[in-house]
Design a protein around this ligand. Sequence first.
Ligand code: MLT
Length: 200
Amino acid sequence: MKHLFRQGEAGKPVLLLLHGTGGTEEDLLPIAEMIDGEASVLSVKGQINEQGMPRFFKRLREGVFDEEDLVYRTEELFNFLEWAALEYDFNRKHVIAVGYSNGANIAGSLLFHYEEVLKGAVLFHPMVPIRSLNLPNMNRLPIFIGAGTNDPICKPEETKELKSLLEGAGAKVNMHWESYGHRLTESEVSEAKKWYTSIY
Ligand code: MLT
């Protein structure tokens, strides 16, 4: 998978950056810098090309995912993480996802499919990635969700549904609401930073 890796300070987590539709592996670098400038960064580019816009999995239309592709791409990302930990010699158990929109959705899908796949997750404007699974035990996994009360893509009801699914699996979810639609705002990122600093 096309990606970039930046080595951080010894003992710091690895931030796995997952961009939104139409983004690249460069997009979330400033966000990672804001959240933890000393962490390592592994930033991945989505393999799907939707009319020139990179994504992490196919969709049938806006908000309706191609579940077969989602499952396949989630496994591909899981395998990539195993590979990257060996290649760049980082602690595989120390990976925290930071995803926006489509990137938050594939991060959510990793959590829905694999136990202990991440040490935590920052999900900006996520949706429920898939509904047909029994979720693995998330065992107090810390998750931050940034959402919009008026987000037309990731609707508040769906964000709340995601929160209760994650909590039902044992995760510790911290929710932050803004009212700037689907936009990822600076204040949302600074809330995520506060949450991150209180935990890691
Ligand atoms: C998705 O397709 O993952 C969501 O609709 C969000 C987006 O537009 O990327």
